[in-house]
Design a protein around this ligand. Structure first.
Ligand code: XMP
Length: 509
C-alpha cells in the first residue's frame, strides 16, 4: 500500500486515484500521522500532497519529520516537497509572482524516478512559494526557466520531491512519473486488481451477514447497482431491493430499472409508487433547499415504511464511496472533515435501526464503474451520468407540477438520446434539460406563441466539484433544439448553458 499524507490539497484524491491506476492500493491519511503509526501501517511508499499553506507560516500543517528516517521512499509534491526540503536542511522562499500553469522542465538527473522519460517534458505548476536552496543533502533532478529546483532527490535517503503536479492531466507524462515512483522506487508489484478486491468484498459480506437479510435502496444509478450486484453475488436470496418512484424520475426510468434488474438478478424487488405523495409535499414550494428537504423527508418515510414490511431485515446496504468517507472525516487515520460542497440531501439517515453495509467505501467512482463492468453489469448502467437524489425537482425551476415534469421529461429524453446518438455520452460527465420558469414569445406556423424555455446543460468534470461546459458541436445543439421545439408541446425556445462551475453549479437549483 502507498499512503498519501494530505496537507489540504485539492488534488489529494487525484493522487490516490492515479496511484491506484498503477494497480497499487493507496490510502489518504492525515498529514500529522506519527512516524510510529506510519511504520505500523507498513506502506511501501509515502506521498506528501500539495497544500494551500506556506511552510514558514505559523500553524502550517507539518508531518512528523521522523518519517523521512523510516527507510520508506517518500515523494513530496509541491507543498509536500517544500516541507520535506525544509525538514532536511533546504530553504523555501516566497516567489515574486505566483507560478500557475504550464511549464517545461529539463531533466538533468534520472535516477529511477525519471527513467524512460524524454530530456524535457511539459508539466503543470501551481505554487506561490518555491525552494531557494537545497543545501548539501539534496541534488537537483530537473529545472525550468523560473524554477531551478523543479525536482530534487536526497543524496542518501530514498526521498524525492517535485514542484510540479504529476497527478493532473496537464502533466501528460505524470502517470509515468508516478508509475516510476511506486513501481521503480517503492518496489510495489502493481498487482492490486479490482476483481480480487471484489472477491474479497464478497467473502467479507458473506461473513458479516451470515443468514440474515439485507435491504438495499435502488436508484438506477451506478453506485446502488454495483452494491446490489455485489450483495447478490454474496448472499443472493437474502437480498431485498427497494425502488422508490418519487415521480421525479426521468422518462420511463422506473420501467428501465425494473427491466435491468430482472435481467441481472433473481432477487426480491419492491417498487413503491409514491408520486402522489411527493407531488403533494412539494405543492406550492419553489425554494430549492425547501424542495430538497421535503423530498428527503418523504423519501425516508417511504423507505422506512417499506423496509418495515420486510420481515427480519437486519442490514441496510449503502453506496457510500471513498470520497464521502474522506470528506466526512470518517476514514481511519484519514484527514479531518472538510466542508462538503455536495448538498447531498436525499439519502438515508444513519439511525434507521439497521446495521450498515457499505461495500464501496474504499473505492473511487471510476473504480466503482470498473467494478460494475467486472461484475457483468451492462454499459447503460455502468456509464450512466449521475442523477441527483431530488431528481427532476431541482431541474424544474420554481413550483413543481406533474404537467411541468412531463414537459421536462420529454425535453430531457431528447437531450440525452441525441448526445448518445452522436457518440458523446461517455465523453460528457452529466447532460440534461432544465425547464425554466420563463415564458417567451415565438411564432409557430402563422400563430404567435407564448411558451416555455428549456436550457440544455452538459458538463465535463473529473470530480463534480469543478466543471466546465461541454463544447458540444453546433450541429448537435441545433438538432436537439429543433427536436425539442417541434416535439415537446409547450416549449418554443432552447438555450445552451455555457457557465462553468464555479461560479455556477452543475444543477440550476
Ligand atoms: P452541483 O449542482 O452542486 O452538483 O454543482 C454537483 C453534483 O451533485 C449532484 N447533486 C445532488 N445529488 N442530491 C444528490 O444526491 C442533491 O441534492 C444534489 N444536488 C446536486 C449534481 O447532479 C451533480 O452531479
Amino acid at each position: 500500500c502507498v499512503l498519501v499524507l494530505d496537507f489540504g490539497s485539492q488534488y489529494a484524491q487525484l493522487i490516490a486515484r492515479r496511484v491506484r491506476e498503477q494497480n497499487v492500493y493507496c490510502r489518504i491519511v492525515r498529514h500529522d500521522l506519527s512516524a510510529e503509526r506510519i511504520a505500523e501501517l507498513k506502506p511501501k511508499g509515502i506521498i506528501l500532497s500539495g497544500g494551500p499553506a506556506s511552510v514558514y507560516e505559523d500553524g502550517a500543517p507539518r508531518c512528523d519529520p521522523e518519517l523521512f528516517r523510516l527507510g520508506i521512499p517518500v515523494l513530496g509534491i509541491c507543498y509536500g516537497m517544500q516541507l520535506m526540503c525544509k525538514a532536511l536542511g533546504g530553504s523555501v522562499d516566497h516567489t515574486p509572482s505566483r507560478e500557475y500553469g504550464r511549464a517545461r522542465v529539463a531533466i538533468q538527473e534520472r535516477r529511477a524516478l525519471f527513467e524512460g522519460l524524454p530530456d524535457a517534458m511539459d508539466v503543470w505548476m501551481s505554487h506561490g512559494d518555491q525552494i531557494s536552496g537545497i543545501g548539501e543533502a539534496f541534488q537537483t533532478m530537473a529545472s525550468t526557466d523560473t524554477c531551478p529546483y523543479a525536482a530534487i532527490a536526497h543524496r542518501e535517503l530514498p526521498v524525492f520531491g517535485m514542484q510540479f503536479h504529476p497527478e493532473v492531466t496537464h502533466t501528460p507524462l505524470g502517470s509515468q512519473v508516478l508509475h516510476n515512483f511506486v513501481i521503480g522506487v517503492c518496489g510495489c508489484e502493481g498487482t492490486w486488481h479490482l476483481g480480487d478486491f471484489a472477491d474479497a468484498l464478497i467473502e467479507q459480506i458473506r461473513k458479516q451477514v451470515g443468514s440474515r437479510r439485507v435491504i438495499c435502496g435502488l436508484s438506477g444509478g451506478v453506485d446502488s447497482s454495483v452494491v446490489a450486484a455485489l450483495l447478490y453475488k454474496a448472499i443472493g436470496p437474502q437480498l431485498s431491493c427497494i425502488l422508490i418512484d418519487n415521480g421525479l424520475l426521468r422518462k420511463d426510468e422506473q420501467g428501465a430499472v425494473i427491466t435491468e434488474f430482472s435481467n441481472h438478478f433473481k432477487a426480491d424487488l419492491r417498487v413503491v409508487n409514491a408520486e402522489q405523495r411527493f407531488l403533494e409535499t412539494l405543492k406550492g414550494i419553489s425554494e430549492p433547499q425547501e424542495k430538497r428537504k421535503r423530498i428527503g423527508y418523504a423519501f425516508i418515510d417511504c423507505f422506512q415504511e417499506e423496509a418495515r414490511s420486510i420481515e427480519d431485515a437486519h442490514f441496510l446496504a449503502q453506496g457510500t464511496l471513498y470520497p464521502d468517507v474522506i470528506e466526512s472525516g470518517a476514514a481511519k487515520d484519514g484527514p479531518a472533515a472538510t466542508i462538503k460542497l455536495h448538498h447531498n440531501v436525499g439519502g438515508l439517515p444513519e439511525k434507521l435501526g439497521f446495521e450498515l453495509i457499505e461495500p464501496l467505501r474504499d473505492l473511487f467512482k471510476d473504480e466503482v464503474r470498473r467494478l460494475g463492468e467486472e461484475l457483468g453489469l451492462p454499459e447503460v448502467l455502468v456509464w450512466r451520468h449521475p442523477f441527483p437524489g431530488p431528481g427532476l425537482a431541482v431541474r424544474c425551476l420554481g413550483e413543481i407540477t406533474r404537467e411541468k415534469l412531463d414537459v421536462l421529461r420529454e425535453a430531457d429524453e431528447i437531450v440525452v438520446n441525441e448526445i448518445k446518438a452522436a457518440g458523446l455520452y461517455r465523453q460528457t460527465s452529466q447532460a440534461f434539460a432544465v425547464l425554466l420558469p420563463v415564458q417567451s414569445v415565438g411564432v409557430m406556423g402563422d400563430a404567435r406563441t407564448y411558451d416555455n424555455a428549456v436550457a440544455i446543460r452538459s458538463v465535463n468534470t473529473d470530480d463534480f466539484m469543478t466543471a466546465d461546459w461541454s463544447r458540444l458541436p453546433y450541429d448537435l445543439l441545433a438538432k436537439i433544439s429543433t427536436r425539442i421545439i417541434n416535439e415537446v408541446k409547450g416549449v418554443n425556445r432552447v438555450c445552451y448553458d455555457i457557465s462553468s462551475k464555479p461560479p455556477a453549479t452543475i444543477e440550476w437549483e
